[in-house]
Design a protein around this ligand. Structure first.
Ligand SMILES: NC(=[NH2+])NCCC[C@H](N)C(=O)O
Length: 304
């Protein structure tokens, strides 16, 4: 398979979609590793496997309707494999195997078949000290945005997944890209405050548009950079409440077609009416209760 991903929106041809089968038992509070799951367990709202399976089935149908080839990881017993995004990622024609949080490391073996179908020299494994997850890396042609956390208490946060070493790694590995690091606000317990991955606070859509949550950036200058790159009129800013429901985590099938959650009324209307896009609305609220949404459930392999 010849990989090709240079941005978040070019026409999608092949993607890995996570899989809801055999998710295992609901985690205990101590076993959760993101604030949203923590809250769901605490409020007794952690989703049932059948509800997650229904929502992911709706997602798969939309992808297939648009002629996208959908790959799945193989099913591991009692293992949550919904969020394909984080285990690795494609940049240009390379597959980078991520160095993810140890609680999730088991998920990676299920991608062996997919990785084996890629030429060996195109598969990159990062050094041990480099921590990153795919949700923190956003491609925008010559730009590579990396969500990270660089403070000395990095290891105290289960929700800090990408470190300063990763930023350096991307700079060295992709010398022709402009790597921009964006430090995120972290909070392991409050989903109204902490940002798990960059794709929970920012995402390009359409041609040169972006969805953005200002308070997610630890350094206001990082927000300013995005505003100046995209242009204020091309940015849809979400509220705290919309961030909580993960509005920035929609998923593009092409610059004209985006998959979104059916409750995202304000965003969906804006994308349709102001940006002229086709919005495929699906139910995905149960999945959101585990700390990720549509982008998080996918790992694009080929965008033309
Ligand atoms: N790209 C993302 N935002 N992924 C969300 C992953 C959520 C998952 N519960 C975790 O903590 O790892």
């Amino acid at each position: 398979m010849i990989l090709n991903v240079k941005n978040e929106t070019s026409k999608l041809e092949a993607v890995v979609l996570g899989i809801p089968d055999s998710m295992g038992n609901e985690p205990t509070l101590e076993e959760t590793y993101d604030s949203k799951s923590y809250e769901s367990v605490k409020l007794n709202q952690y989703p049932k496997e059948s509800d997650v399976a229904f929502e992911m089935g709706e997602f798969e149908k939309v992808l297939k309707k648009h002629n996208v080839q959908v790959f799945r990881p193989w099913v591991l017993e009692d293992c949550n494999q919904v969020f394909a995004r984080d285990v690795g990622m494609v940049i240009d024609d390379k597959f980078i195997i991520a160095n993810i949080i140890p609680d999730r490391a088991d998920e990676q073996e299920a991608y062996e078949r997919i990785i084996n179908s890629i030429a060996k020299e195109k598969v990159i494994k990062v050094p041990e000290e480099v921590h990153f997850e795919g949700g923190d890396v956003i491609l925008w042609n010559e730009f590579l945005f990396v969500g990270c956390y660089k403070q000395s208490d990095y290891k105290n946060y289960k929700t800090a997944r990408t470190n300063a070493e990763a930023v350096q790694f991307f700079k060295e590995e992709f010398p022709n890209k402009w790597v921009i690091d964006m430090e995120l606000v972290k909070d392991d317990f409050d989903p109204y405050v902490g940002i798990l991955h960059l794709d929970c606070t920012f995402q390009p859509v359409g041609h040169n548009k972006a969805i953005l949550y200002k308070e997610g950036f630890r350094n206001p200058m990082h927000y300013d950079i995005l505003i100046s790159l995209f242009g204020r009129d091309n940015v849809f800013e979400v509220t705290k409440e919309e961030m909580y429901w993960m509005n920035p985590n929609v998923f593009s099938i092409s610059p004209e077609i985006v998959v979104s959650e059916k409750h995202f009324t304000r965003l969906n209307n804006h994308m349709r009416e102001v940006w002229g896009m086709t919005v495929e609305e699906i139910p995905y609220r149960n999945v959101s209760r585990m700390g990720g949404l549509l982008r998080c459930s996918t790992l694009p392999l080929i965008r033309s």
